[in-house]
Each structure stands twice: as C-alpha cells, then as structure tokens.
Design a protein around this ligand. Structure first.
Ligand SMILES: NC(=O)C1=CN([C@@H]2O[C@H](COP(=O)(O)OP(=O)(O)OC[C@H]3O[C@@H](n4cnc5c(N)ncnc54)[C@H](O)[C@@H]3O)[C@@H](O)[C@H]2O)C=CC1
Ligand SMILES: O=C([O-])CC(=O)C(=O)O
Length: 332
C-alpha cells in the first residue's frame, strides 16, 4: 500500500498535481485534503482508470487526520500565491500559520511520512515544519524536503532556448534557496557541458532567479505558476517513490533540506555556506529519503558572488521560519 496525501489539493497547483499523482501507478491511495472542494476533485479524479483509490477530505469530521493516517508521502501546496508586486516573503503572514497547522497534523498522525513542502516562502516554511516536528519529538531530517524542482526545470528550459540543446537532457544544478537572489544557478556545471558568453550567463541567471515573476506578471493577478509547478512536484514525488518504495538507487533531485540530514557532507556544506542550517542542492535519494547531499564542487567567481549575496537573505528567512509562534500567524 502506498498512500500519498495532498494538502491544498483543490488549488491551482493541487488539482493538476493530484491528476499527475493519480497517473503514477506506484500510488495505491490518493488522499486529497483542502478547506474547500476536495470531495469534488476526488470524485472527478476517481474515474481515471489507474490503481490509486482517491478520497477527498474537508476539515470537518477529522478530515486532516483521516487524510494523513498511514500516508507514506505528503505533498503540501496549501496556501496563498503571489500577486504582481509581492515577494514570496510577503506570503509568510498567511502561509506560515497554514503550514504550521498542517505540520502539527503530520506530527500527530503521520510522523513517519516523507513531506514535500511547496507552499511559499519555501525558505521559511521548511524550517517551520521542522520546528513543529522537533517540538513533537518526531523530526527525521532525511524525510523533509522543500520543493525547488521548478528552479532546475526552468534552468533546463531557459538554457536550452539559448544553446539549442534538448531541454529534456539538460541539467543545471541550482543551489541556495527558492526566492530571487537566493536562487543560485551553477551554469558552469551544466550537463551536457555547454559554454555561454558572460552576457548570456548573466541574462540566464537573472531569468532563472526571477522565472516565478514572469508567470506572476503574465497571470496578472490570477496567481503564480501552477501547471509547471504541478509537473515539478509530481516529478519530485515520483523520484521519492522510486527511491523509497521501489528501492531504486542513484536518483538525484534538487531540494531545500536541513543540512543535518547528511552528517558529514552536510556539516562540510554548512561551513562552506556561512553556517546555514538549510540549503538547496542536489540530493541523492535512498531507501530512507536523503542518502547524500552533493558537494558544491568547483564554481566560478561570478557564482561565488551570487552565493555570497544569497547567504544573508537565506539566514533571515530561516530564522523567521524557525521562530514562528502562534501569535504571528493570521488565519482565514
Ligand atoms: N515551491 C515552488 O516552487 C512553488 C510554490 N508555489 C506556492 O504554492 C502555494 C499554492 O499555490 P496555488 O496552488 O497557486 O494557490 P491556490 O490559492 O490556487 O491554492 C491553494 C489551495 O490551498 C488551500 N488551502 C488554504 N488553506 C488551507 C489549509 N489550512 N489547509 C488545506 N488547504 C488550504 C486553498 O483552499 C486552495 O485550494 C503558494 O504558496 C505558492 O506561492 C507556487 C509555485 C511554485
Ligand atoms: O513565483 C511564485 O510566487 C511561485 C514560485 O515560487 C515560482 O513560480 O517559482
């Protein structure tokens, strides 16, 4: 039995993500939780002829508990998206409370599950989840993931538009966090190798860092990336299932994680990034979640400067998330 729960399943990301998870034949039960419309989304998806049984839950009648109980994997796209002119950090006031309450449910009803956090600001919401799990003494750093897959998907797409390479084949490590200057693409490590001019690198870097803004602007008040994010979330969830259910070795995905998940390499990386407790980088997945956090490797002077700029902002976002208390959260 492989139960996957989606929290925020009726939203712009939640619905297409749930559709893609319903198409994943490794999933046998798909539990959809939201404060609105989840039974309808579940009824609709339930007609698709793939193995997963789909159930929908609202907060009434212990819906969160029922959605979470026995979940192997939980994906969280619950929360409000940006409008033009907002930063991801502007979402903290509302989303911090939502994520904290969902994390409390996870601590109580599914403390052994793998948790993928999509809700923004990811740089802060991941520390919120970790602090809640720590408070309940159920924290396992190898199982908590901030979803940054969309950054590498964008890096593959945008760099291929310049180079003409096949976007399906191109991989660019993107490190740091998930907001503007904290998104640090390492174009010098692009695979297959590719050389770009200084100007191309600067333009590409900026586009990858602010790719989210392109969508927010184009949607003109109707939200942020949903379809590309659903694909990114489904890809990451599929990789976690491949590694933890099917036991496939050597899968590498990027994610924003707690560096203590990999004692040796994590400690090394922590000292290389100014003592940050959380950082996004390529992760090798294993049967128990995070198997190995990859090294940063050789980077150019330009990339070192980007990293130096990212570190102070990341530090503030991490502290803000870790300090979240009942009083600084707003509810619907
Ligand atoms: N990590 C990433 O790369 C990305 C993250 N995001 C973030 O994902 C989040 C969701 O975005 P959208 O789906 O576009 O928003 P949306 O507003 O379309 O959907 C959010 C859903 O969350 C639900 N919700 C609100 N409070 C809830 C609660 N307490 N429990 C359960 N569900 C709750 C809402 O009812 C709604 O259905 C935003 O915070 C957005 O910034 C968006 C794109 C990329
Ligand atoms: O830009 C946003 O607010 C949503 C997001 O995180 C992204 O698209 O990368």
């Amino acid at each position: 039995m492989v139960k996957v729960a989606v929290l925020g399943a009726s939203g712009g990301i939640g619905q297409p993500l749930s559709l893609l998870l319903k198409l994943n034949e490794c999933v046998t039960e798909l539990a959809l939780y939201d404060i609105v419309n989840s039974p309808g989304v579940a009824a609709d998806l339930g007609h698709i002829n793939t193995p997963a049984r789909v159930t929908g839950y609202l907060p009434a009648d212990e819906g969160l508990k029922r959605a979470l109980t026995n979940a192997h994997l939980i994906v969280i796209p619950a929360g409000v998206p940006r409008k033009p002119g907002m930063t991801r950090d502007d979402l903290f006031k509302i989303n911090a409370g939502i994520v904290r309450d969902l994390a409390t449910g996870i601590a109580q009803h599914a403390s052994n599950a793998y948790v993928l956090i999509i809700s923004n600001p990811v740089n802060s919401t991941v520390p919120i989840v970790v602090e809640v799990l720590k408070k309940h003494c159920v924290f396992n750093p190898k199982k908590i993931f901030g979803v940054t897959t969309l950054d590498v998907i964008r890096a593959s797409t945008f760099s291929s538009e310049v180079s003409g390479a096949d976007p399906c084949e191109v991989r660019v490590p993107v490190v740091g966090g998930h907001s503007g200057p904290t998104i640090v693409p390492l174009l010098s490590q692009i695979s297959p190798p590719q050389s770009f001019s200084k100007e191309q690198i600067e333009k590409l870097t900026h586009r990858i860092q602010y790719g989210g803004d392109e969508v927010v602007k184009a949607k003109d008040g109707a939200g942020s990336a949903t379809l590309s994010m659903a694909q990114a979330g489904a890809r990451f969830a599929a990789s976690i299932l491949e590694a933890t259910v099917k036991g496939k070795a050597g899968i590498i995905e990027p994610s924003y994680v707690c560096l203590e998940a990999d004692k040796d390499r994590g400690a090394h990386l922590k000292s290389a990034v100014g003592g940050l407790e959380y950082f996004s980088h390529n992760i090798e997945l294993g049967p128990e979640g995070i198997h190995k956090i990859c090294e940063i490797g050789d980077i150019t002077e330009y990339e070192k400067k980007l990293l130096e700029t990212a570190i102070p902002e990341l530090k503030l976002s991490i502290e803000k998330g870790a300090k979240t208390t009942i009083t600084n959260c707003i509810y619907f």
